[in-house]
Design a binder for this molecule. Structure first.
Ligand code: P53
Length: 490
């Protein structure tokens, strides 16, 4: 008897902008990721608010999934995937975001992708917005800070939910909706909310994403508009098909107090509430939590944008499941002099008990059990799903073409063991999709070199490579894991 339920959704997850490429094909226009150049572990990605013909943009071709999805989905099927998480690229359906009619070529593309999944018995899990807001929405509307964008998003969401109502049952509204809470200024607001200050939009030079200007008031207003858009989408989705399971998606960066000092514990509570709990509480419980009202008062945020009508919408549009990404944990302390995590994102103090990836992300499988148990306690009636988890690493192709990624197998094994423990604790966990089952472009650094896949893609940061696919050692390993329903992890 397996610890994992018979119906457990094993699979993998990607985002359109990180794998499709074909950035201007069949009517698509520019979206946020198409403006970004690559960086690396120490160098932030940069943005020039116009296209630069001489630059290399990783999203423009990505891994060419747009033309190779049949081959790729067949490989996922060979591993035994029950579920494939992917996003619909908003800009394929409404290229400018505000077009009068949807783009039929874009709709037809996803028809074929979902048909291909169904052919192999794979259940699609669709993210409606994964960091790929049409660029026109950023420059013309100010992203989600403009209430008109709520309507534009809901129109897009209902268009695709209506079209694919018999092909897709599982939906997520916004990827990692809480990311603006971790990085108020640049990346979170631009990726997640499509907002950039006018001064940056007018810039004639390349801006490192870490230097984008931010505005707290505007960020909270935009985030609120996304909550409303998400709730309206949940409500509309249930009218389109009452069987839909519609979830939220949170980047869960679990924190520990660095020391047993109660002041560290309280600081940890504050960070957790702001970064991890706030958005989930709104989307699962349908209202702003008390600690946020206190925060808004302390910070002098004008909350008049949260209207009575919006509050009713949030209550009616609570999600059917809570999904999250889990990569690492961090520590919080009020004490000075603590060593911080390095890499392309410092998110807290270093944990002396944990090792980190080459990108500074601390590896913590026990933290996944802790996170699952904590979430189950917080939202006892809501099924949970881990929709991203994975290990970004440099891979080496041997002369005979093999790729021995034992480090990746070790990472997954320990995290799957942690999920089994959580299931024994009684957590209602319904599925697991690993991040990047096939190598793709990193969101944080724009690199190809930060590889996540069971499948290797021959494509490199200097633009070379022929896009051919190869199985890594982890491919057969994950296949065995799925075939044994999580029992055979050797
Ligand atoms: P990359 C930050 C921290 C944790 C997850 O990330 C994050 C981010 C934003 O970069 O994003 C999610 O590619 C995101 C994916 C992303 C994946 O994690 O920076 O949903 O789009 O690719 C991994 O290594």
């Amino acid at each position: 008897m397996s610890t994992f339920p018979e119906t457990f959704l094993w699979g993998g997850a990607v985002a359109a902008n990180q794998c499709e490429g074909a950035y201007l094909e069949d009517g698509k226009k520019l979206s946020v990721p198409d403006m970004l150049l690559g960086g690396d572990v120490n160098t932030p990605r940069t943005l020039l608010p116009r296209q630069d013909a001489t630059a290399f943009y990783p999203s423009h071709e990505a891994i060419d999934f747009y033309h190779r999805y049949k081959e790729d989905i067949a490989l996922f099927a060979e591993m035994g995937f029950k579920c494939f998480r992917l996003s619909i690229n908003w800009g394929r359906i409404f290229p400018d975001g505000d077009d009068a009619e949807p783009n039929e070529a874009g709709l037809a593309f996803y028809d074929s992708v979902f048909d291909e999944c169904r052919k192999h018995g794979i259940e699609p899990l669709v993210t409606l917005c994964h960091y790929e807001i049409p660029w026109n929405i950023v420059t013309k509307y100010g992203g989600f800070s403009n209430r008109k964008v709520i309507d534009l998003f809901v129109r897009y969401a209902t268009t695709v939910m209506e079209r694919y109502k018999d092909k897709v049952k599982y939906w997520l509204t916004f990827n990692e909706i809480n990311v603006p809470m971790m990085d108020m200024g640049g990346i979170g607001s631009l990726y997640g909310l499509g907002i950039m200050e006018e001064e940056d939009i007018q810039s004639d030079h390349r801006i490192p994403l870490t230097e984008l200007k931010g505005n707290k008031q505007r960020t909270f207003e935009a985030l609120h508009n996304e909550f409303v858009a998400s709730a309206l989408t949940v409500r509309a989705g249930h009218e389109i098909n009452p069987d839909f399971m519609i979830g939220n998606m949170i980047a869960h960066m679990t924190n520990y107090p660095l020391t047993p000092d109660p002041k560290d514990m309280l600081a940890c509570l504050d960070v957790d509430n702001m970064c991890n709990n706030f958005c989930g509480d709104v989307q699962v419980r349908g209202e702003y939590p008390a600690y946020m009202w206190r925060y808004f008062r302390n910070e002098g945020i004008d909350t008049s944008f949260i209207t009575e009508e919006d509050k009713a919408i949030l209550k009616e549009g609570t999600v059917d499941m809570y999904t999250f990404s889990y990569y690492m944990t961090n520590c919080v302390t009020v004490h000075e002099g603590a060593e911080m995590t390095g890499g392309n994102m410092s998110l807290g103090a270093k944990n002396p008990y944990l090792k980190a990836s080459d990108w500074g992300w601390q590896i913590d499988p026990d933290g996944l059990r802790y996170t699952l148990d904590t979430l189950a306690g917080r939202y006892p009636n809501t099924p949970l799903m881990v929709v991203e988890n994975g290990f970004g690493a440099f891979d080496k192709v041997e002369e005979d073409g093999s790729i021995h990624d034992q480090y990746r197998i070790d990472y997954f094994r320990s995290h799957i063991e942690a999920m089994a423990e959580a299931l024994k604790d009684g957590v209602n966990l319904i599925g697991y999709t690993t991040w990047g089952p096939i190598d793709l472009v990193s969101a944080g650094t724009g690199q190809y070199a930060k590889r996540y896949g069971f499948i290797y893609v021959d494509r490199h940061d200097d633009g070379t490579g022929d896009f051919s696919r190869k199985k890594k050692d982890s491919f057969d390993w994950y296949k065995k894991v799925i075939a044994s329903n999580g029992e055979d992890l050797d």
